[in-house]
Design a protein around this ligand. Sequence first.
Ligand code: ATP
Length: 470
Amino acid sequence: MANQKGEVNEKMEAIISLCKRRGFIYQGSEIYGGFPGTYDYGPYGVELANNIKAAWWRAMVQMEENIVGLDSAIFTHPKVWEASGHVSGFSDPLVECKACHTRSRADHLLEAVGAFADEKMSVEEINKIFDTHRKDITCPKCGKKDFTEVRTFNLLVQSNLGNFSGDWTKEPTYLRGETCQGIYLNFKNVLDTTRVKVPFGIAQIGKAFRNEIAPRQFIFRLRELTQMEMQMFVTPEDEMRFYEIWRAKRWQYYLDLGFKEENLKWHQHENLVFYAKAAWDIEYNYPFGFKEMEGVHARGDYDLTQHSKYSGVELSYLDPQSNEKYIPHIVETSVGLDRTFLAVMTEFYAEDDLGGEKRIVMKFPTKLAPIKVAVFPLLKNKPELVAKAREVYGMLKKEMRVEFDDNGNIGKRYRRQDEIGTPFCVTIDFDTLGEEKPELKDTVTLRNRDTGAQERIAISELVKRMASHN
Ligand code: ATP
């Protein structure tokens, strides 16, 4: 994969290749030649993605007394997207190469030549900036320098859901462009039906859809993506205090996930939308450079005010102590599951030398690893070893995600588990049966992924031993 300067990025290539080879991620609709902006998570990918979601949910809901969860519908009343401003303003600046007709985001082309524009500027402003740099900007596909004018392109994905008139494009329904709108819609429901009081938060994980002009960089920029968002409802006076609390918590979350601090960076938005008080992104050091992984925003009372106005339903809060009524302000944390996944793959990808052999190893923390332990009978053709290995597998699978593998020699099986990041391998051999050395009966070899070290351990100790690792 080429970065913005057109250099081939070896690490990115290696990660993409591993994802395909080992069943983490497949191109969407691959047998039909692919479908841009979509990817499918394979057997190990879905395990890793579920573990990332679980880590987020644990940090944001389980560990937070004042935050509750939600799973709102992907489709909403179409007015939701008018109220939110997406119908009129959720757009990116688009230019087309006149030679090869490749469409690109004007702000990304400008960034590549050191100039700045963003979606909050008017199209006239962006055109002016683009014109000043036109002579330097090259098409990422064909390398020519011949572009159309910049125009804005709305990112909302339209549908005909529930619309049976011949021309549904006149009154489209939308697939949600972000998950947080479902949270605003349920602010009153949650308030009326649970015991929450301001300050409180609602968290949600779910799919979102964006008609991205140029989906690229693997799963970094998708048209169908998953977001993990939390909206905290606070008093107007408390907004910036909570904003700082959440900035600190979200930074710490990545450190707790095992990321090196040097791979994280804060980026402050240069241009704020009129209602926002503050907007910072946490950027991750992807193989193609530092890019946004998460946004932390202080959104004022814009969201609830807009939905009050468009729905006609009052979305205010009556403080039970002071009897004061007000529209809560919102502090938002918003991160893409897919961008976290790519960051996790980048962070824990390693190539090393083990016992004189080169290997690729995914050094996932145990809590993220798709498979926690693999169980091998030393030999496939010895029924007594296979039966004992099956027994151990049967015991462990009740506690964690385990894989049974009797295919190929042990070294090959280790390599495969290293590449999918399995922290432990357990081998059942003749000593486990205790035939020659009765003192070793019901012990197994436990092999550590990172060091390759092997130790003898009693089967009855295995679960405790795995649980102590994270
Ligand atoms: P960008 O500037 O990269 O287009 P954004 O500022 O539009 O992103 P937000 O609207 O703040 O992104 O969305 C919150 C989070 O959702 C982002 O930080 C990112 O992790 C994720 N996200 C947004 N768009 C995409 C996408 N097209 N593909 C994958 N993840 C995305």
